[in-house]
Design a protein around this ligand. Structure first.
Ligand code: GAR
Length: 198
């Protein structure tokens, strides 16, 4: 007899992705969701750049988008409106995927422990921009990527997963490629960990 427990499928996590640029992490998450590698559904893409590549991909997959323009409105009002919009999606998780803006304390508090970020360094080292370039130039023996919960700081918050690799005699380009390969994989692992705890 098949137990009832095995026949009930857990509801997929409802996620928003926040991206600013190329969107390769966004693509990786959308692909994993479609391939059922994660029990999570991308409900909406939030983007702060009108021409970000991620927007084309969202359009292609019929994923709703919200474009926010930090330049023409004060941050408080913008995030107040954004919170109102996002409430409609009943989100379980917000994934920052190359989102290059710091969210306000109010926003972070509203989604307490529900916002995660991927960063291309072994945090707490090399927070902020150009993390891979700075680690490489400093001749770090190891580089890597981190997925962490988001708090009020810049690339701070408790770490969910971190993975390192030995730089060895890789060129900067090779070290960057290796870092991206790690971040795509550990981001999905982090989503799966959170999904398992829900
Ligand atoms: C990724 O490498 C991500 O780790 C980094 O931005 C890149 C976005 O690439 N995020 C940060 O530096 C956050 N502080 P993508 O747009 O191709 O996903």
């Amino acid at each position: 007899m098949v137990s009832r427990r095995n026949t009930i499928k857990k509801r997929a996590l409802r996620m928003a992705i926040f991206a600013s640029g190329t969107g390769t992490n966004f693509k990786n998450i959308v692909d994993a969701s479609l391939a059922l590698k994660i029990n999570a559904q991308v409900m909406v893409l939030v983007c702060n750049k009108k021409y970000a590549k991620a927007l084309n991909l969202a359009k292609h997959h019929n994923i709703p988008t919200i474009i926010i323009d930090y330049d023409n409105i004060n941050k408080e009002e913008l995030e107040h409106n954004l919170l109102k919009e996002l409430a409609k999606y009943h989100l379980d998780l917000i994934c920052l995927a190359g989102f290059m803006r710091k969210l306000s304390p109010l926003f972070v508090k509203t989604y307490h422990n529900k916002i995660i970020n991927v960063h291309p360094s072994l945090l707490p080292k090399y927070r902020g921009l150009k993390a891979m370039e700075r680690a490489y130039e400093a001749k770090e023996e190891k580089m890597g990527a981190t997925v962490h919960f988001v708090d009020d700081g810049l690339d701070t918050g408790s770490i969910i997963i971190q993975e390192a690799f030995k730089v060895g005699n890789r060129t900067l380009e090779e070290a960057i490629a290796k870092t991206h390969e790690i971040e795509y994989r550990i981001y999905l692992e982090a989503i799966n960990i959170i999904e398992g705890e829900n």
